[in-house]
Structures are given as structure tokens and as C-alpha cells.
Design a protein around this ligand. Structure first.
Ligand code: ATP
Ligand code: TPS
Ligand code: MG
Ligand code: MG
Ligand code: MG
Length: 329
């Protein structure tokens, strides 16, 4: 039986989601569809990711950060293609027991990140499920015609470059689970990264101008580089000791007895939402200038080669990596 706080589909749409709607194209969320005009000279870029409680977020993660992460992981895909986001479609599968507090927190998280990233809600669906809380979001963005950056396109000799830091996603998950023996401030920084990763939206233009191929790191750095290698028909060779680590990750790393195992864990853990690029040597300087201008760290991890797959080295020795990243069954 529904409790006093029992939520309702149409009140959810009207009270919580209508204020988030695109002023024209969302049609006030009172129609069957959204309608947007085509943009001459541009390609519409679309991506969809889902998040399920217990699989992508923890049962005690605040719902506002769940919503923000859902939006951010999708914006990360658009950024990796060089696209500028403008809108999204949203599907919510609320557990029967969930009430207004959860839904209000979720909408508040979206409201905050809509402003931060300059996007609007275009439409969606609201249902109740006997299963765990689940959400799915389709993000839309524009790229000048024919300029979307692909996973395919890396050539032997291109440098493999990554934005930001790697490993805070998996360490943040451990921190949120109370599994890290670090002091409070570092645990909080890592948990925040797991709950609200930073999509590189502001770097999309630089990706488009300088990268031959790109994708974002969701499953794990090594697994995702593997996706680029197979799409491009090249091999990728990286040196694990070059992995860019945050201060918190460095503090964790220093507690480990097996450095290779520790770096491998960070390079395969996923939830990083950084962008990996294959960059022709002549384009690296331009990419670095763009990164400096946005105070973003860039790291050259290795290079694309002839052949296939990802070869990981440490101290010049090849490191066998069995599980390269997250994979749903
Ligand atoms: N159910 C599906 N129907 C159609 N296409 C799908 C489906 N699932 C995945 N894809 C497509 O497969 C490709 C790879 O998807 P994948 O989810 O691995 O990429 P990603 O979204 O960048 O990574 P991640 O989900 O780990 O963030 C994409 O083109 C995606 O649109
Ligand atoms: C509670 C909890 N356990 C494990 C993970 C790790 N995780 C789950 S799915 C995924 C890949 C990206 O998702 P997808 O490929 O579905 O887009 C990763 C790295 C997590 N985030 N939360
Ligand atoms: Mg996906
Ligand atoms: Mg992706
Ligand atoms: Mg995945």
C-alpha cells in the first residue's frame, strides 16, 4: 500500500520535470514527443547510458548525485566525440517504495547540472518498477557536419593521450563502501569523484580539432583503449608507470606492496570519465596548449602501433592483464 509520501507519475512530471524542460523544444512536457528543428551544417550526436542501483551506484548514494552522474556520464560520451551538448531525454524506473523525497532530490540534482552544462530536458518517461531504482538518459549534442571524432581513426605512430587522472573512480567506489584506509579528506574527494565525475565538456572542441580518434573511459582505461584499438585496426602500447594519479590515489598507491598490481587495478577499474585520444605527433602541441588554457592535465601514456590489442608495460617489461575492465554479463 502506498505510504503518505506516495509519489505520482503526473505530478512528478508537472512539478519536478516541467521546470527543467527546454523552453521550446520540450513542449512543456505536455505532448507525446519533443520536436527540435534541424541545425543546418551540423550533425546531431546522440548517446544513451543507463544506471541501476547496486550496479552503477550504491543504495545509499544521494539521489541528487545519482541524477548528476547519469547526466555526466552521457555528457562525457558527447565530449569524447567533440560534440557540444544541448539536451537530453530521461527515463526513470522508480522502486514502488520510493517517495517524493527521492524524486525531489533527483530533480534538484538535474537542475543544478543543467545550469552547469547548459542543457535542457526534452522529454522522457516515468514508471514504477518492482526492481531496483534504474534510470536511463539519452544526451543530444551538435557537431559541425562530418566532424564527430570516432573510436576508429587511430594510426600507428599516433600518441595515446589521456585527460585528467585515472583511478579515482574505482578508489571512490572503495571509499564510498568504507573500504579505504585513508584519512577523511582524501576519502571525501574520492567518493565525490565516484558520485559526480567531471565530464570534459569544455575540452570537446580541442578533441575535435586535434584527435584522430577518441573515447571516454567508463569500463576501464585498458578495456576502453582496447575498444579504440579494435575500432581503428591498430595496436596500442602503454607504460603503466605513466598513469596520472591524483594526490588521493598517490596516497593509496603508497600503501600498496605490489605497485604493478595497484596500477593495474587503477587502469582497469573504470568510472573515470576522462578522454583517451590518439593524437598525430604534429597535433600534440596544439592539444597541449588547449589543455593548458583549460588547466587540464594531459598525459602521454604510449602510442598506437601496427598490430592489435593493448600491450601494457611496466619498467619496460610486458605486464599480462587478464581483466581489462568492467563488462556486464
Ligand atoms: N541495447 C543497445 N542497442 C543499440 N545499441 C547499443 C545497445 N547497447 C549498446 N549499444 C551501442 O554499442 C556501442 C558501445 O556501447 P557502450 O555502452 O559499450 O559504449 P559507451 O556508452 O561509450 O560505454 P559505457 O556504457 O561503458 O559508458 C555504442 O554505439 C552503443 O550505442
Ligand atoms: C555499486 C557499483 N559497483 C560497481 C561499479 C563499477 N561499474 C559498474 S558499471 C561500470 C562501467 C560503466 O557502466 P556502463 O558500461 O554500464 O555504462 C563500472 C566501472 C559501480 N559504478 N558501482
Ligand atoms: Mg554505454
Ligand atoms: Mg563512452
Ligand atoms: Mg560499459
Amino acid at each position: 500500500m502506498p505510504g503518505v509520501d506516495a509519489a505520482d507519475e503526473f505530478e512528478t512530471i508537472e512539478r519536478l520535470f516541467r521546470p527543467l524542460a527546454h523552453p521550446e523544444w520540450g513542449r512543456g512536457l505536455i505532448d507525446d514527443v519533443a520536436a527540435l528543428p534541424s541545425r543546418p551544417g551540423y550533425d546531431l550526436i546522440l548517446t544513451k547510458d543507463a544506471m541501476v542501483e547496486g550496479v552503477h551506484f550504491l543504495p545509499d548514494d544521494p539521489l541528487d548525485t545519482v541524477a548528476r552522474k547519469l547526466l555526466r556520464v552521457n555528457l562525457s560520451d558527447l565530449a569524447a566525440k567533440g560534440a557540444e551538448p544541448f539536451g537530453y531525454l530521461l527515463a526513470c524506473f522508480w522502486p514502488e517504495a520510493s517517495g517524493w523525497l527521492e524524486r525531489e532530490a533527483f530533480a534538484a540534482g538535474l537542475a543544478e547540472d543543467q545550469v552547469k552544462f547548459g542543457v535542457h530536458l526534452l522529454g522522457g518517461d516515468t514508471v514504477v518498477t518492482p526492481g531496483p531504482a534504474s534510470f536511463s538518459l539519452t544526451a543530444l549534442g551538435w557537431v559541425p557536419h562530418g566532424r564527430a571524432v570516432a573510436r576508429a581513426g587511430a594510426q600507428p605512430g599516433d600518441l595515446i593521450v589521456v585527460t585528467g587522472m585515472i583511478g579515482d573512480g574505482i578508489l571512490g567506489l572503495k571509499a564510498a563502501r568504507g573500504e579505504l584506509g585513508l584519512e577523511d579528506e582524501r576519502v571525501a574527494a574520492l567518493t565525490a569523484h565516484y558520485r559526480t565525475p567531471e565530464p570534459r565538456v569544455d575540452f570537446a572542441l580541442a578533441v575535435r580539432e586535434h584527435a584522430a580518434a577518441a573515447l571516454d573511459v567508463s569500463d576501464g582505461l585498458i578495456a576502453d583503449m582496447g575498444h579504440m584499438a579494435s575500432a581503428s585496426g591498430v595496436g596500442i602500447l602503454i607504460d603503466l608507470e605513466k598513469l596520472p594519479l591524483s594526490r588521493a590515489a598517490t596516497a593509496w598507491f603508497e600503501t600498496r606492496v605490489d605497485p604493478v598490481a595497484a596500477l593495474t587495478e587503477l587502469a582497469t577499474g573504470g568510472d573515470d570519465y576522462e578522454i583517451v585520444m590518439a593524437v598525430p605527433p604534429a597535433a600534440v602541441e596544439g592539444l597541449k596548449r588547449a589543455a593548458d588554457a583549460s588547466h587540464l592535465r594531459l598525459t602521454v601514456l604510449g602510442a598506437a602501433t601496427q598490430g592489435e590489442g593493448v600491450t601494457v608495460r611496466h619498467g619496460g617489461e610486458v605486464v599480462p592483464v587478464k581483466t581489462t575492465g568492467w563488462r556486464h554479463g
